[in-house]
Write a protein that binds this ligand. Structure first.
Ligand code: NAD
Length: 264
């Protein structure tokens, strides 16, 4: 399977540290020969991302805050200048005020609703447009989502609403760019211990619950999410677009806790 991404160049958005899902994906893609560019959100993250990017020989490292359209446009200008075009994009960005990732969804404020939507949902549509303009020969893009989009998860609240919008965006973008041979898919990952994940109240209980009740009786690793990303970004999945692919140890197919769990 070596060299699946040989000759392909792409942008990874959303590495905060070596626990980030985007970092698991980046490592897998580099292992298979991809040439990578990274963005980071502000200088504090930049200091952590730089050594990681260097470790896998990244060619480009640029700051990008998706709340600022000029910053997004500048990122793709840099890619155009240095590479001319790209073959793939990984969007692994999400944010909501942690004070609203607990309690009732009904208490979400207008300001945080809008901010969460812009960062966690609209940003994919905005970056996809820039990325598509640099994809002359087909291409593949993925974003990261969570099952709180389709079912109620405790405390996930407005992020669930944003992820529902993000998943609908995957389908609309897949239809928009399909005629140009550009594919758009989402990975719905099970819970992973990351900085963003830690912002959700009682996240560790959700983690343990899914460990006990998913068919595989465990949570997923960064390497496993990376493997599915490799499939979706490489030519192996050339017939797949508009899909939400679950990488969650099968948790989403289960409708009730295991009987062992109930009997405890
Ligand atoms: P993470 O904290 O490592 O990554 C989140 C990233 O979003 C960070 O790199 C952060 O800098 C970036 N970000 C936030 N606001 C931004 C902004 N304004 N501009 C640019 N970047 C910004 O956490 P993660 O869990 O790896 O999150 C990556 C993606 O995976 C998110 O979309 C998250 O919702 C999704 N996801 C996470 C889990 C989980 O359990 N951790 C499960 C399913 C999906």
């Amino acid at each position: 399977m070596d060299g699946l991404m040989k000759g392909k160049r792409g942008l990874i958005m959303g590495v905060a540290n070596d626990h980030s899902i985007a970092w698991g994906i980046a490592q897998k893609l580099a292992e298979h020969g991809a040439e990578l560019a990274f963005t980071y959100q502000g200088e504090a993250f930049g200091r952590r991302v730089k050594p990681l990017a260097e470790k896998i020989g990244a060619s480009i490292l640029v700051p990008c805050d998706v709340e600022d359209s000029a910053s997004v446009a500048a990122t793709f200008e840099t890619l155009k200048e240095k590479w001319g075009g790209i073959d793939f994009l990984v969007h692994a960005i999400g944010f909501s005020d942690k004070n609203e990732l607990k309690g009732l969804y009904a208490d979400t404020t207008r300001d945080n609703f809008v901010r969460t939507m812009v960062i966690s949902c609209f940003s994919f549509t905005e970056v996809a447009k820039h990325a598509a303009a640099l994809m002359n020969d087909g291409g593949s893009m993925i974003t990261l989502t969570y099952a709180g989009s389709v079912r109620v998860m405790p405390n996930y609240n407005v992020m669930g609403v944003a992820k529902a919008g993000l998943e609908a965006s995957v389908r609309y973008l897949a239809n928009d760019y399909g005629p140009r041979g550009i594919r758009i898919n989402g990975i719905s990952a099970g819970p992973v211990r990351t900085l963003a994940g830690a912002g959700i109240a009682d996240a560790r209980h959700m983690f343990t619950y899914q460990q006990r009740n998913s068919p595989l009786r465990r949570t997923v690793t960064l390497d496993e999410v990376g493997g599915s990303a490799l499939y979706l970004l490489s030519d192996l999945s050339s017939g797949v677009t508009g899909e939400i692919h679950y990488v969650d140890s099968g948790y989403h197919i289960v409708s009730m806790p295991t009987l062992d769990e109930l009997k405890q």
